[in-house]
Design a protein around this ligand. Structure first.
Ligand code: SF4
Length: 377
């Protein structure tokens, strides 16, 4: 099982597609190390995320605590405080670190509302590389404003010896957003095709399967059903800053339990978990985030191996690319069927004075996630 720990909702970025920064948590209310110590060992990918995890003073201790409990520990950071990750990388060089980067300096800083963010994260990731970091990369949220720079950012990452993880706009409780819509779905989707081809041309099998993940992103962008059924609550789960455990980070009606009050085994065997997993089986959303997609692609018999569908697609199209032939995307994607969406303008918060207001004592789910409806279609 994969697990994401949303360690805090505090964040020092001011992104246009994620409003976590407007909803900071009180550090006193955030999931503690004592609570996280209750997690069993045996997770596959355990992601320490946020908000911005480097704002947690106990991040290094958290990594030490969680390191023996998972095959892969990942830290998803905005990269604005790379120096805080330096001692962690020196101690655990194999830890996976991803810094959010949304294209070139102007575009990335504009989308993320970060003054000099691009320069800080590029220099910061290099610093972690020089310190011995072995699994470093950027994470790119595909949207209308930056999709033209997608392939260039991939090539830049490769030239520096880094990975590029991709995701796209989602509405989700984790992001405090329910109005993230593409302006031009087809135009965005067509640009992702270039990344898929570039990834299949690489010599890294990891990139070939990322190409398939990006095929799923095209379906998501166009508003089509998911490529593979979701297995939230069974193959992956999320812990929010209040120690609540959720089947996924999109729907706020899929609770599993609370790790501060229950043991992990109690949570997984609870009626709440059974109810939420039943709802997952009927879920009609077309979300396609890395966690949900990566786990969906895995074989149910041999979890380290891919399912047959993605494997065949990858082999077929890798061969095609090697032979110098173009991938016929229209064979896989129905571009004539594109879901309509409202146009809700996203605005940059760069150079805007935006103060986050801390609301203490949010006791209920309604108080914590007041938007309630998070639809991806
Ligand atoms: S498909 Fe449904 S259950 Fe699965 S991650 Fe998306 S919203 Fe959650």
């Amino acid at each position: 099982m994969d697990l994401t720990i949303i360690s805090t909702f505090r964040c020092n970025s001011r992104c246009q597609m994620c409003y976590i920064w407007k909803n900071p948590t009180d550090p006193k209310e955030e999931v503690t190390l004592e609570t996280l110590a209750k997690l069993p060992a045996g997770f596959d990918n355990l992601n320490i995320s946020g908000g911005e995890p480097t704002l947690r003073k106990d991040l290094a201790d958290m990594v030490d605590l969680l390191h023996p409990k998972a095959r892969i520990i990942e830290i998803s950071s905005n990269g604005l405080h790379p120096e805080r990750l330096l001692p962690i990388i020196k101690k655990h060089p194999k830890i996976k670190v991803r810094f959010s980067l949304e294209g070139d300096a102007t575009t990335s800083d504009c989308i993320r509302g970060e003054k000099d963010g691009y320069a800080t994260k590029v220099a910061g990731l290099r610093m972690l590389q020089e310190a011995g970091g072995q699994d470093l990369g950027f994470a790119f949220v595909i949207q209308d404003e930056n999709v033209a720079q997608l392939v260039r950012t991939y090539e830049l990452a490769r030239s520096m010896g880094f990975e590029l993880a991709t995701s796209t706009l989602h509405n989700a409780w984790q992001f405090y957003k329910n109005d993230n819509y593409f302006y031009e779905r087809v135009a965005v989707a067509r640009q992702v095709e270039g990344l898929i081809t570039a990834m299949l041309k690489s010599n890294k099998p990891k990139n070939w399967f990322r190409a398939y993940l990006n095929l799923g992103l095209i379906e998501k962008i166009l508003g089509h059903p998911r490529l593979i059924r979701c297995s939230a609550g069974t193959d992956f789960a999320f812990i929010d800053p209040w120690s609540d455990v959720w089947a996924c980070n999109v729907r706020s009606d899929l609770p599993l339990g609370n790790l501060a009050r229950q043991s992990w085994s109690e949570i997984m065997a609870s009626d709440a978990a059974k109810n939420s997993v039943a709802k997952v089986h009927a879920c009609q959303q077309n979300c396609w985030m890395v966690t949900t997609a990566r786990t969906a692609m895995r074989s149910t018999l041999v979890p380290q191996a891919p399912k047959m569908g993605p494997l065949i697609w990858v082999l077929k199209n890798k061969l095609k690319v090697e032979l110098g032939r173009a991938i016929c995307f229209d064979q896989y994607i129905d571009y004539s069927n594109v879901a309509p969406t409202p146009r809700v303008q996203r605005t940059s918060f760069l150079n805007e004075k935006q103060k986050a207001r801390l609301v203490r004592g949010r006791e209920t789910v309604d108080a914590r996630y007041p938007l309630k409806e998070f639809m991806n279609n």
